[in-house]
Write a protein that binds this ligand. Structure first.
Ligand code: FES
Length: 179
């Protein structure tokens, strides 16, 4: 058994895994003739459910005739795909070198404390997921935090509460320095 197979069998079960098999089959059929069809199928499933439920991956395997391990391999290769339910907002704290030396680890700790979750987890109200990333390409303005495509620069722990509050209200994808 490959490592991928083992990982797949150990996927956490999700109480919200209410997958409509017909929806998955329709998505597969829509992309049947297109190049890169599997990625497009997975993108549509994630758009439908917010993540890639295990039942959906199994249905895709049956509908396409591809192995489950193949599908799981694609699903885990791209960071944009998630195998677990994600919160409405995704908070990404950069822990790249430039942000790290400017105090990003303390920013991560403050997000964990205020949200009551650890990196990689989602709040129980499904409002926020927290992750760390390696570089968001704005090193000179670090520490950088991205929330739903909206960039906050020069973030320190004192600004975390304001970022969470703004995220709850909804953010546009622009850069902002939190005062
Ligand atoms: S290291 Fe954080 S943006 Fe580059």
């Amino acid at each position: 058994m490959t490592q991928s197979t083992t990982q797949l069998m150990n996927l956490p079960s999700c109480p919200n895994d209410a997958v409509d098999v017909h929806v998955i089959q329709r998505i597969v059929e829509e992309h049947n003739q297109t190049r890169g069809a599997l990625i497009a199928v997975l993108e549509d499933i994630q758009a439908e459910y917010g993540y890639l439920p295990e039942t959906a991956l199994r249905t895709v395997a049956e509908a396409t005739g591809r192995s489950l391990v193949d599908i799981y391999g694609v699903a885990t290769f791209y960071r944009s795909f998630s195998l677990q339910p994600r919160g409405k907002s995704l908070i990404s704290v950069c822990l790249g070198t430039a942000c790290h030396v400017r105090g990003a680890p303390m920013v991560v700790e403050e997000f964990e404390r205020q949200l009551g979750i650890r990196v990689g987890e989602t709040t129980s109200d499904m409002a926020f997921s927290l992750e760390t990333v390696n570089c968001l390409g704005a090193c000179a303005l670090g520490p950088i935090v991205a929330v739903d495509g909206h960039y906050f620069s020069k973030v320190d722990p004192a600004k975390v509460k304001s970022i969470i509050r703004k995220a709850r209200l909804g953010l546009s994808p622009v850069e902002e320095s939190v005062a």
